[in-house]
Write a protein that binds this ligand. Structure first.
Ligand code: ACK
Length: 315
């Protein structure tokens, strides 16, 4: 089977504390799948000594995955071991023995922020000109979508900024920050997820991407597009795109712009317009995130403060 070469015959003492008995995991429905990997809902019995079971999400590779993807799953595992923040997905365990590698993470009942935003749209709402499939996270698809308030949207920006501030403090560059990679748990708590591309920056705060994978062009800063330079400040650019996704309730960025034209447009100073229903104040934040010089962009710490203040003004 495909997982043979990824077999690990021994578990280091450090990993032993994460190892979870495969037999105690009951796989359930598939929550989502990509080209090489999938995420399955599962019940984990006796997790952390709990009597009952815990609902979890299990990330695994598909049969067609190559060594590169296996590597990405392992690097995600290694990074997640060290992260602990309410707005970052929490690792609960892993199955690395006697079968395919499984990463066990907390289950987020509302799925990705992107599908959550799209599900919250009303037909009559100005942004709705497409119908999106109801999410499999919604038990009754006939239920009316949960309406989101401006306060909810600001809180989303605030929570992502706080999670990213934490990641930047522990010197992690995410490189793929997008609404599809943020999850929504109960109580509308957001969790930054999908660390497959994340790199530790150590002392140097840049990372040069070596291999050519799929590139999320419309979320990337110009310096990442032309020089493969990824820094916390290029994550800030992506955060600006996520804000745009939030305020448009999940519209695809740069509508109508072919990805291959984007770089020249950005170079010429082109940026997305202020979306309908977006305050001047919030648009100004996006524009700051999209400054050409990475040093001119706000830090995540500054962004967290900005959203904190905007939320306070609304109480
Ligand atoms: O928007 P979704 O239904 O929610 O589609 C994506 C899909 O899997 C691929 O990423 C869902 N998903 C991923 N991780 C989790 C998780 N920890 N809890 C719940 N759903 C998840 C996501």
């Amino acid at each position: 089977p495909y997982y043979k070469e990824s077999y690990n015959n021994s578990v280091s003492p450090e990993d032993a504390k994460w190892e979870f008995e495969r037999e105690n995991l009951q796989l359930d429905t598939t929550l989502g799948e990509g080209e090489f990997g999938k995420v399955v809902k599962a019940k984990a019995f006796n997790l952390d000594g709990k009597q009952n079971y815990t609902e979890v999400a299990v990330k695994m590779l598909k049969n067609c995955a190559s060594g590169v993807e296996q590597q990405a799953l392992w690097s995600e595992f290694n990074l997640l071991k060290d992260v602990q923040h309410p707005n970052v997905i929490r690792l609960l365990g892993a199955c690395t023995q006697n079968g395919p590698t499984y990463l066990i993470v907390e289950y987020c009942e509302h799925g990705s922020l992107l599908s959550y935003l799209r599900n919250s749209r009303l037909e009559e709402n100005g942004y709705v000109n497409q119908r999106y499939k109801p999410s499999k996270h919604i038990s009754n698809p006939k239920e009316p979508p949960e309406l989101l308030t401006i306060r909810d949207l600001l809180s989303f920006g605030w929570q992502i900024a706080k999670g990213m501030k934490y990641l930047s403090e522990i010197k992690l560059v995410h490189r793929d920050l997008a609404a599809r990679n943020v999850l929504v748990g109960s109580g509308k708590v957001l969790k930054i997820s999908d660390f497959g591309l994340t790199r530790d920056v150590y002392e140097a705060d840049t990372y040069l991407k070596q291999s050519k994978g799929r590139i999320p062009v419309k979320w990337l800063a110009p310096e990442s597009l032309y020089a493969q330079i990824y820094t916390t400040q290029s994550d800030v650019w992506s955060f600006g795109i996520v804000l745009w996704e939030i305020v448009t309730l999940g519209a695809p960025p740069y509508p109508g712009v072919p990805p291959e034209r984007l770089y020249n447009l950005l170079l010429a100073g082109y940026r997305m317009d202020r979306p309908e229903n977006c305050s001047d104040e919030l648009y100004a934040v996006m524009q700051k995130c999209w400054k050409t010089d990475p040093q001119d962009r706000p830090t995540f710490s500054k962004l967290a403060d900005i959203f904190d203040r905007m939320l306070q003004q609304r109480t």
